[in-house]
Design a protein around this ligand. Structure first.
Ligand SMILES: [Zn+2]
Length: 321
């Protein structure tokens, strides 16, 4: 296969069950993407074989060959590209970078999926051109990244920027981590579902619409809240307003600490209830330090579900520059 003049790179976004592999050009444009389920065993060798197949498809469909590969994985990754642990994949101490470089014969960068998506929004999305940036993804869980002085904050053991686990309520709701009162335990999709189910149990009459949309109390999810909100359910409205206040509480801490120029909000919960952005925009200037919000812009993420592959491919670009 002929190498083209304009180099392209591959981005991989690996979650607990799915993988998205894309060939991306220098301007962050996805030339071709291949999404698939990973092998049910989730064994690293099998998953790498699935990815190899997807890469071959990307190459043959575009007639272009990548010069490097960037990999975002739902896991804790150290600086050497070793997956230290992943609950979603059941991996421990997998030297992913080394394995991939050997298999593919390409330079490889490995990071966690949220860092990759943050990188994507920074390089090619809503945070483009800014040196001080906070990116927050509110999905089932809450993750994000901080870019400060033009560098992605990584911390001592490469686990910095775990924004979802800042404490916003002392001794508050139990989180999935060892702590209580984490931000994620209020605004993450799973937490919105829990809060909604509790609200329905406390006020069954008010909650009727949510239950009929979901089928039963146990099936009420954040998506149910979003649908009921569109139908003007009072309970859903209250839940959304409360969620907005919790969201704003965490954003206030982030802007006070990091003083970003731009704060990007994305993820499934924000996509489902974009009105949350306005609630945050209304509250934050009234609660944050004046100097912290002087030049702050709060914007919606712009790359959607492709942020991960675009960011991973952008990381790979830096390997061949
Ligand atoms: Zn937590």
């Amino acid at each position: 296969m002929q190498k083209m003049n304009k180099p392209v790179t591959l981005g991989v976004d690996l979650g607990g069950t799915k993988v998205n592999v894309a060939l991306v050009d220098r301007s962050g444009r996805v030339l071709f993407a291949h999404k698939s389920l990973i092998h049910a065993s989730k064994e690293p060798e099998r998953v790498i074989a699935d990815i190899q197949t997807a890469i071959d498809i990307c190459h043959s469909k575009t007639g272009k060959e990548a010069e490097a590969l960037g990999f975002g994985v739902a896991a804790q990754v150290n600086r050497k590209g070793v997956v230290c642990g992943s609950q979603n994949l059941g991996w421990r101490n997998v030297p992913l970078k080394k394995k991939l470089e050997k298999e593919l014969g390409l330079p490889v960068a490995v990071t966690n999926d949220v860092n990759a998506a943050t990188w994507g929004e920074w390089r090619f999305g809503a945070g483009r051109g800014v040196n001080d940036l906070a990116v927050l993804f509110v999905g089932t869980g809450v993750g994000g990244g901080i870019i400060t002085g033009g560098k992605l904050l990584s911390g001592c053991s490469n686990s910095g920027g775990e924004l979802g686990h800042i404490t916003i309520v002392y001794d508050g709701r139990k989180c999935h981590c060892p702590n209580r009162g984490c931000w994620e335990a209020y605004v993450g999709g799973w937490a919105i579902a829990e809060r909604a189910q509790e609200a329905v149990r406390t006020a069954p009459e008010e909650g009727q619409r949510l239950v009929s949309l979901a089928g039963s109390v146990e099936k009420v999810t954040a998506a149910t809240v979003s649908r009921a909100y569109r139908e003007d359910s009072l309970l859903a409205r209250r839940l959304v307003e409360e969620t907005g206040r919790y969201l704003a509480a965490g954003v206030v801490s982030i802007v006070n600490v990091f003083n970003p120029c731009v704060l990007v909000l994305g993820g499934g919960v924000i996509e489902g209830i974009p009105e949350l952005i306005q609630i945050v925009k209304d509250i934050v200037p009234t609660m944050a330090l004046e100097a912290s919000v002087e030049e702050l812009e709060i914007v919606k993420a712009s790359l959607g579900a492709d942020a991960g592959v675009i960011g991973a491919a952008a990381l790979a670009q830096d390997l061949v520059e």
